[in-house]
Ligand binder design. Sequence first.
Ligand code: SF4
Ligand code: SF4
Length: 382
Amino acid sequence: MNYRTLGRTGLQVGEIGLGTEHVVREDQGMVNNVAAMAIEAGMNYFDFFWPQRDFRTKMGTALKGKRNDILLAGHLGVMEKNGQYSKTRDVATCEDDFHDFLRRFDTDHVDIMMLHNVDEMADLEEVLYGKFMELAARLKGEGKARYLGFSSHEPLIAQRAAQSGLVDVIMFSMNPAFDALGNMFPDNVEQESQKRMHELTRTDSQSVLAQRKDFYAVCEQEDIGLVAMKPFAGGWLLSTRKLKHPPTSTQCLEFLLDQKVVSTVVPGAKNTDELADVLRYFEASAQQRDYSTILAMNDWDLGKSCMYCNHCLPCPVQINIGETIRLLDQGLQKLTGEVKDAYRKLEVKAGECISCGACVKRCPFGIDPMQRMYDAKALFRM
Ligand code: SF4
Ligand code: SF4
């Protein structure tokens, strides 16, 4: 493992860290194995955003006795609501949830306290300049967080955070599709995104790709530690479902690590096989790392690709939207008995959707989850 400096925090972080969200469905044994394998490989940056308390307990158990081997990033601004992920800015709830996080990880502090998932200007104001920030600053003052971070998917919002002087680390979605080619989004989403950017800046249409580059330049100027999330676009980049010749995980990682502004990349392995695939990067030859061919590809079309991140929750009828869409995508490719069984085991099926539309506004990737629920109901007939 090579180590890089996490911006002005001065912390030394492995070039590849661990995003923990996809191991959420696994049992204690697999969570233990993923954590141990990551630490053994020299990964020392662990990001943990899930509010589900039983999953925190599992990961806390997996890290027992290893707390000093890792830098722990925990998120402020999430809560568990009826067993589901939910974003919140309610200060009392956030404080309660954060203390639950510390208890379940059996620690008295996090290394980075991420101000969680800020993609709207009004939310940025609330998070950085209101009672939410007062809480974050107080918890930091009490020694419960060493540094403040900020997570976002929107370059203009992230740039404002980088310029605020209030946060030292930013977690941002990055990968070759988003950053080299800028054609991840279908036309309508691009227009929607441009419209949103226009509302934010009151300037004309600067491309989202240029905005991303501007954001990275600000990170360099301000010495922000940049944490790259979604390096494989929720797995789509590695799949032949959308790309005829998908890149390898090694090529995606090399692309990101070639951006010197990136301190660490945090792929979310869901089991030891996926983690082993990530770790192949370290044994790869220069030829295997070479990503020039993927930049020349002309079939990048990840439009309407769900990242299965569940940022669109909570759902009032308790649908696990990310998992439902994941099974829908698998089923659309091949409707096997295994996929049908996995769908049958979902506690709440897409057919229960009451079309409230709450999820549609929350998706940072321009997906219409409600429509995907209709599609899932049609495919699985329940
Ligand atoms: S619909 Fe959007 S927010 Fe929901 S899981 Fe998919 S990408 Fe994430
Ligand atoms: S539209 Fe359907 S899936 Fe989305 S939050 Fe409402 S009930 Fe849940």
